[in-house]
Ligand binder design. Structure first.
Ligand code: HEM
Length: 449
């Protein structure tokens, strides 16, 4: 039967999603609590019950989940310009209203083009120097321990690196304040109470935003005047094809979003990476050998591509636990998918995290097996959107190469200084959203080589 004959159309007025399988849960709260408890288990259950297209209710709204790699490709490539990111990510609108990810279509394209200047090879080489220097400092400062909580340690380090690379700052007394402000902003993004009332997570998030914007704004004159090689200075000088610069408001908004987008995602990815190195000692040894074969204390920009095994383990870490497992969009027009007609003005969700565990794509997806990315197995090439920890299409992560560079620079130094292991019988317990993190800080056994 042709697809068009099986389309289930939306009723014209009320009950616009009645024809979509699934249920919205409790009045007001919907399925929010069940979803927050374990988003993956929630979606697995729904998918088994309803198939690849189903509705659910979280954070006071109705969403249609579209499961699968085809759905990721259809929504993210968005060839018909149907899906907006701004309304999709509306949970972030009070905190990052003008961030790149919350811009759509032509407006998004023009901002992204200006920002791209900060990710060209020359600035990237400068960032690499700053990364190497900051990492070297922590390699000296960390102390071996039988219980070293890796997550808070790497979070401090990524914040320090972010302050240096993005803002051109040495972190001193401000670190704790800035860190708390980021934590408050991110926590607010999934707050159940969405109004910024005093004493609520959203209230704290909105206050944190005001603090950070004022902090960045004070630095603009210095960054405009100087010739710094940090990202802040790049944003101050970057211009569009017709010579327009970012305004002060745009600079502070872009920086605020960028720091958030970079900080917790990279922290999460590095935590999964180090968990993997600790849990799979053979891989740890292989990656260390590869690192040592370069014969340099700090990673050279020109050697980045030589870390083939490091890349394989990192890819698998990102498949296993992608920092951004669900991607929301908003359908501005009606569309058809999977045999259903989905009306305009519907929130949709697609999921790299679910696709990364799809049995129809990956061989034994629940096994941690970096060799699935080797040239001869290349399981990630079974579908163009099989492996999408950085998203795809117009909003694909602009910091992807930066993140990869940072992880390689870290692993390169870390494995030259330290050996890692997990305590006997250790089973990590992860919080999956807003960005995955270990509930117990990931206690590892850290010893010097
Ligand atoms: C392992 C680390 C990272 C992961 C897994 C990650 C993941 C993602 C994903 C999935 C998206 C797309 C969201 C969507 O389509 O709705 C995205 C967008 C974005 N990321 Fe990353 N990211 C990482 C690191 C970074 C870093 C280091 C930066 C900055 C240097 C950054 C800046 C951004 C920005 C600005 C966007 C919005 C792009 C746009 O809308 O055009 N990310 N990221």
């Amino acid at each position: 039967m042709a697809l068009s004959e099986t389309i289930k159309t939306a009723p014209a007025s009320t009950g616009r999603l009645d024809h979509i399988p699934g249920h919205m849960g409790l009045p007001i709260f919907g399925n929010t609590f069940e979803f927050l408890k374990d988003p993956f288990a929630f979606h697995h259950r729904r998918r088994q019950e309803h198939g690849s297209v189903y509705k659910f209710g979280v954070f006071g709204g109705q969403t249609v989940a579209l499961y699968g790699a085809d759905a990721l490709e259809y929504v993210l490539m968005d060839r018909d310009k149907i899906f907006g990111s701004r309304n999709g990510w509306r949970l972030l609108e009070k905190l990052f209203p003008n961030g790149l990810m919350l811009r759509d279509f032509e407006d998004h394209r023009s901002h992204r083009r200006i920002m791209q200047a900060a990710f060209k090879p020359k600035p990237m080489q400068d960032y690499m120097l700053r990364l190497n220097e900051g990492i070297a400092h922590s390699m000296q400062a960390w102390s071996p321990a039988t219980r070293f909580e890796f997550y808070p340690a790497i979070k401090d380090l990524t914040l320090e690196l972010g302050a240096s690379v993005f803002l051109g700052l040495e972190m001193g007394d401000e670190a704790a304040k800035l860190n708390q402000a980021f934590i408050d902003e991110v926590a607010a993004s999934v707050a159940v109470i969405r109004r910024p009332w005093p004493g609520t997570a959203m209230g704290r998030g909105v206050k944190a935003r005001a603090f950070l914007l004022a902090y960045f704004r004070d630095l603009i004159p210095e960054r405009r005047a100087g010739d710094g090689d940090d990202m802040f200075s790049q944003f101050c000088k970057a211009k569009s094809e017709d010579g327009a610069f970012f305004s002060d408001d745009e600079i502070v908004d872009h920086l605020n979003f960028l720091l958030m987008a970079a900080h917790d995602t990279t922290t999460s990815a590095l935590t999964t990476m180090v968990w993997a190195l600790a849990a799979y000692p053979d891989w740890q040894n292989a990656v260390r050998e590869e690192v040592l074969s370069l014969g340099s204390e700090q990673l050279d920009y020109g050697d980045l591509d030589k870390l083939v095994l490091t890349e394989r383990v990192f890819k698998e870490a990102l498949r296993f636990r992608p920092p951004v497992p669900f991607l929301p969009r908003f359908a501005n027009e009606a569309f058809e998918f999977g045999g259903y007609e989905i009306p305009a003005d519907t929130s949709v969700s697609v999921s790299p995290g679910m696709v990364h565990m799809a049995e129809e794509i990956w061989t034994q997806p629940t096994l941690f097996d970096p060799d699935r990315f080797s040239d001869n197995r290349a399981e990630d090439r079974r579908h163009r959107f099989a492996w999408t920890p950085f998203g795809g299409g117009a909003h694909k992560c602009i910091g992807m190469h930066f993140a990869i560079m940072q992880v390689r620079a870290f692993v390169h130094q870390f494995l030259q200084h330290y050996r890692v292991a997990l305590p006997d019988g250790y089973q990590p317990r992860w919080l999956s959203i807003p960005i995955p993190k270990p509930r117990d800080g990931l206690p590892i056994i850290l010893s010097r080589l």
